[in-house]
Write a protein that binds this ligand. Structure first.
Ligand SMILES: NC(=O)c1ccc[n+]([C@@H]2O[C@H](COP(=O)([O-])OP(=O)(O)OC[C@H]3O[C@@H](n4cnc5c(N)ncnc54)[C@H](OP(=O)(O)O)[C@@H]3O)[C@@H](O)[C@H]2O)c1
Length: 226
């Protein structure tokens, strides 16, 4: 990995919540960051180390346009953070449109973005996607949030296929479980604040730089069971 001030990250989904704090934390540690949002303005602090790009992640056309705009840039870290949650319905009560919206946003689109942008990542660089313990099949003993859990399990499975397909590309591949955080998605009663958990996540990203294969890790760097 490059010297601290030369390192470049692309964070997809940085308008608020964990993505917003991730951009701030990377910049605080000396990274250059390209951060994507869907709407202009918002809370993202733009300065010499943070530039903003527009991206609706579910649009393949917009992903391709972003790839063109970034031609010639060399990423040390590609981090796909964006996802949605549509509440806690039992699966038989989930409307078909809601099912496809969540699956397209949380599972298909992150992998499309990763495939489209991976050639910008330097050898030895990292491709990371924000997953969740909720995506663990073996830990799913408590019930609830069936669609969201299924979407993160699908994300994990697709990332495993991706990792197999690109096993020899020299990229570190990570699925990250940030813990349950106070955000719009996590709700106000979550036990963690992103200002505590995201520095730990960045510690994991930095510690794993150069590691081979795909790992599903929590914010302490411990493996999460599939
Ligand atoms: N919070 C938790 O407890 C928790 C726990 C485990 C995992 N996670 C994961 O952590 C990640 C961030 O979650 P969060 O809690 O920070 O959620 P959040 O506060 O709801 O923020 C979600 C972010 O994703 C963006 N986004 C959603 N759909 C998008 C799309 N189609 N195209 C582009 N951007 C899109 C949102 O942009 P807009 O502002 O434009 O909507 C926003 O920036 C997600 O992958 C989530 O599943 C969260």
């Amino acid at each position: 990995m490059s010297a601290a001030s030369d390192r470049l990250a692309l964070v997809i989904g940085a308008s608020r919540g964990l993505g917003l704090v991730l951009v701030d934390e990377l910049a605080r540690r000396g990274w250059q960051v390209i951060a994507t949002t869907r709407q202009p303005g918002g809370q993202l602090r733009v300065d010499a180390s943070v530039e903003v790009e527009s991206l609706e992640m579910t649009s393949p056309e917009q992903v391709a346009a972003l790839r063109s705009r970034l031609a010639g840039r060399r990423l040390d870290l590609l981090f796909v953070n964006a996802a949605i949650d549509r509440g806690d319905l039992p699966i038989d009560q989930v409307p078909t449109g809601m099912f496809t919206e969540v699956m397209i946003t949380n599972a298909l689109s992150p992998l499309r973005a990763v495939e489209a942008l991976r050639d910008l990542v330097v050898p030895g660089g990292t491709v990371a996607v924000m997953s969740s313990e909720q995506g663990s099949i073996s830990l799913n003993t408590g019930g609830g949030y069936e669609l969201y859990k299924a979407s993160k399990a699908a994300l994990n499975q697709l990332m495993r296929s991706y990792a197999t397909r690109h096993a020899h590309d020299g990229h570190t591949k990570l699925l990250i479980d940030p813990g349950h955080n106070q955000t719009e998605l996590g709700g106000p009663d979550a036990p963690l604040n992103p200002s505590e958990s995201i520095p730990a996540v960045v510690d994991v990203l930095e510690a794993q730089a150069g590691a081979p294969g795909l790992q599903f890790l929590d914010r302490h760097g411990k493996s999460v069971p599939w």
